[in-house]
Design a protein around this ligand. Structure first.
Ligand code: GTQ
Ligand code: FE2
Length: 359
């Protein structure tokens, strides 16, 4: 190249930059990567670390207007200070002390709660008071009014999962405090209305790969006794290391929220699951059992109450020292709705598979 051509090219880049134009040929490899390159890293937060800090927060930080909710968010160290578990998922530990309540509000991000410990709390969702016991899943869909009330004398701990980073990326965050008169929605005479209207159903063997639904499930609470019974029933049918149940809309069979999938993965004691990678991020909450997971060659040992992140397209396998139940939150419904979901099984009892699922 001649010196003058060089200068002309330099000038072109300068002139493009001056008018806010960016040549794709200089950045295409960063943009169109052969596979996802999530900024979130595989990471684990142990219950042993989180619980004493949450207890200190219960002692020192009251929950009231202004503070609103006592929540410790999982801040993935790969995300440069963003308070997100992964690029698309909010994950957090929320706690309430005896007789405390978190004020009612609503927002455009949708949320789920998976209960870890305690009793006596209910979350009121658009007027329906949903009692919370360990292992239960409670939905607070987008724009639903919600507040948490501890009517008992024990401390309560649960996992919060939200699609907040996605709604934020869409520039569509809305939040509103409850207009009152009180800080909480009125307590209905009878709790668990949605549960009485939709008894049975809502548990799908394996992950949902059928219907998509832009509406949320009308059933707002899924009981651990039902989940446990279904997992036990399914695990008895084969010797697979992993048994999966996804919570579903009992009417349509779709994932519980249009954006979020919730499932429990039961790992047989002494067994190891086949390595798999999926497009989309996941947060795993250990409900019961002990074991370890290998995520992109890094090993994480876990026990009850631990939480860890499986970033998009990271190969993951779980091994259980004793039977383990892992609650798994993912953004799969969004990818499926867009026709870009993909998963690969890398080895194990199934042949190596690569599944694309266009809409
Ligand atoms: O309990 O309403 O972890 O609004 C983040 C945002 C919990 C809640 C979170 C929320 C809540
Ligand atoms: Fe909320």
């Amino acid at each position: 190249m001649t010196a003058s051509a060089d200068t002309e090219l330099d000038e072109l880049y300068r002139d493009l930059d001056a008018v806010d134009l960016r040549p794709l040929w200089t950045i295409t490899e960063q943009l169109l990567t052969p596979a996802p390159r999530p900024r979130a890293v595989p990471w684990l937060w142990s219950a042993e670390t989180m619980k004493p800090l949450a207890r200190r927060a219960i002692r020192l930080v009251p929950v009231e207007r202004g503070g609103e909710r006592r929540v410790l968010s999982l801040q993935n160290p790969g995300l440069g200070g963003l308070p997100y578990a992964a690029g698309t998922l909010w994950g957090a530990l929320q706690c309430l002390g005896p007789r405390e309540s978190a004020p009612a509000h609503r927002h455009s991000p949708g949320a789920i709660r998976f209960v870890l410990e305690g009793s006596g709390v209910w979350t009121t969702v658009d007027g329906d008071a949903c009692d919370m016991h360990p292992g239960d899943l409670v939905l607070t869909p987008a724009y639903a009014w919600h507040d948490h009330v501890n009517g008992g004398d024990s401390e309560m701990f649960w996992f919060d999962g939200l699609d907040l980073p996605v709604v934020e990326a869409l520039d569509a965050i809305f939040f509103e405090g409850y207009p009152g008169p009180g800080e909480q929605q009125p307590e209905p005479a009878e709790h668990n209305r949605s549960e009485r209207a939709h008894t049975g159903g809502g548990l799908h063997a394996g992950h949902v790969d059928g219907p998509l639904d832009p509406a949320h499930s009308p059933l707002l609470v899924y009981r651990w006794t039902d989940t446990d019974a279904r997992l036990t029933e399914l695990a008895a049918l084969d010797d697979d290391p992993l048994t999966v149940v996804e919570f579903t809309n009992p009417v349509t069979g779709a994932s519980v929220l249009p954006t979020l999938s919730c499932a429990v993965h039961r790992v047989r004691g002494g067994a190891r699951s086949a390595p798999v990678r999926r497009a989309g991020n996941a947060v795993v909450v250990v409900y019961r059992g002990r074991g370890s997971s290998v995520i992109d060659q890094k090993r994480f040992d876990w026990g009850p109450g631990d939480m860890f992140v499986v970033p998009s397209w990271s190969a993951v396998e779980h091994a259980a020292d004793e039977q383990a139940d892992l609650f798994v939150l993912s953004d799969a419904p969004i990818l499926r709705a867009l026709g870009i979901y993909r998963e690969q099984t890398l080895a194990g009892p199934q042949a190596v598979t690569d599944r694309f699922t266009p809409r």
